[in-house]
Design a protein around this ligand. Structure first.
Ligand code: UT7
Length: 322
């Protein structure tokens, strides 16, 4: 008997403070028009000083637990995807476990940059299929604003802060149908964030800021996401028309539109959060999924394709029946 990973709850958190394109145009040489035309972004949320990846994760996780209406003690695995952990260790997953007061579970972080949520879903799916775990909490949580060079107009306009969560439970009914994940370290120089301590030890003076060769990343992202769509449809014997919703990583509307076109979808079938959230890295797919479910667009029985692309490069898809 197949054990499927079913979605039983979702949650999302965005910090209160909003930074608009107009705000950014006071900080660097840019305009609202340029940013919106090239990216689709108008606003992004910025965490307050007291907030951390784990504090935001807790709010998103508690929403998912409430929606699922379960006792948090049932959670037996917590996976947190983040590139901006509170501490090098303990893992943000352990900090979240403590915040939630969940005792009998295991927690660990994963680092797959913007693909973190999709990688997390893939890992959780394997653990549920093998019977190792029954109830799994996955959270993507990022304070990108703390690793941005706010004087670099090519990156500071793109990113925002937030956390997205999903709770999965073992079931005999179909849930996650398949995941496909990949990485290729050959592209490390196109998108990276140095570890300043490690850099200093190696005699380099590098701040811990995001560096990106945006135009080159853009081209690889469009091609790679096109290939992951083909791979996912072929491997699961699906037609484009079998997919009800595309829930993409929110990096750039033009990249998302290219993926939707590849699926023969119009943009009404795409959950877009980019305009008012920017790119929240590993949180973006789960934030969009949560929004689509809570506003009633994604309904039980719908087939959802999630996809993401990020530093590494890492990329992947998660196909699920909600
Ligand atoms: O989430 C992980 C994956 N990340 C992505 O997928 C991001 C992929 N990349 C992108 O989304 C786009 O490449 C960007 C939005 C980052 C940039 O858009 P672009 O159309 O690729 O622009 P570009 O980098 O080729 O730059 C075009 C021009 C340049 O000026 P010149 O050399 O043509 O005179 C830039 O200096 O735009 C200039 N520019 C800006 N102008 C106004 C770059 N940033 C800005 C800015 N405001 N903020």
């Amino acid at each position: 008997m197949t054990r499927w990973a079913n979605v039983i709850g979702t949650g999302g958190y965005l910090p209160e403070s909003i930074r608009s394109n107009r705000d950014l145009s006071q900080m660097v040489d840019t305009t609202d028009e340029w940013i919106y035309e090239r990216t689709g972004i108008k606003n992004r949320h910025i965490a307050a000083d007291h907030e951390t990846a784990s504090s935001m994760a807790e709010i998103a996780a508690r929403q998912a637990i409430e929606m699922a209406n379960i006792d948090p003690q049932q959670i037996d695995l917590i996976i947190v995807a983040t590139g901006t952990p509170d501490r090098v260790y303990p893992s943000t997953a352990c900090l979240l476990q403590q915040r939630l007061g969940v005792r009998n579970c295991v927690g660990f972080d994963i680092q797959a940059a913007c693909s973190g949520s999709v990688f997390g879903l893939s890992i959780a799916d394997q653990y549920i299929r093998t019977g190792f775990a029954k109830t799994v909490l996955i959270v993507g949580t990022e304070i990108c604003s703390r690793i941005i060079d706010w004087s670099d107009r090519s990156t500071c306009i793109l990113f925002g802060d937030g956390a997205g969560a999903v709770l999965l439970s073992a079931s005999e009914q179909p849930g996650i149908l398949a995941t496909h994940i990949h990485s290729d370290g050959g592209y490390e120089d196109l998108l990276y964030c140095p570890n300043p301590q490690a850099a200093a030890a190696a005699g380099q003076n590098e701040a811990g800021h995001i560096h990106m060769r945006g135009n080159e990343v853009f081209k690889v992202a469009v091609n790679t996401l096109g290939r992951i769509v083909d791979e996912t449809l072929e491997a699961n014997d699906l037609q484009q028309s079998d997919i009800d919703w595309l829930v993409p990583h929110q990096a750039n509307t033009r990249i998302i539109a290219a993926t939707a076109k590849k699926l023969g979808m119009d943009m009404e079938q795409v959950i877009l959060t980019l305009e008012n959230q920017g790119n929240t890295s590993s949180a973006s797919v789960l934030l969009a999924f949560n929004e689509g479910i809570r506003d009633g667009r994604i309904l039980r029985g719908h087939t959802v394709l999630m996809e993401a692309f990020g530093a590494g490069f890492t990329w992947g898809s998660a196909l699920l029946k909600y």
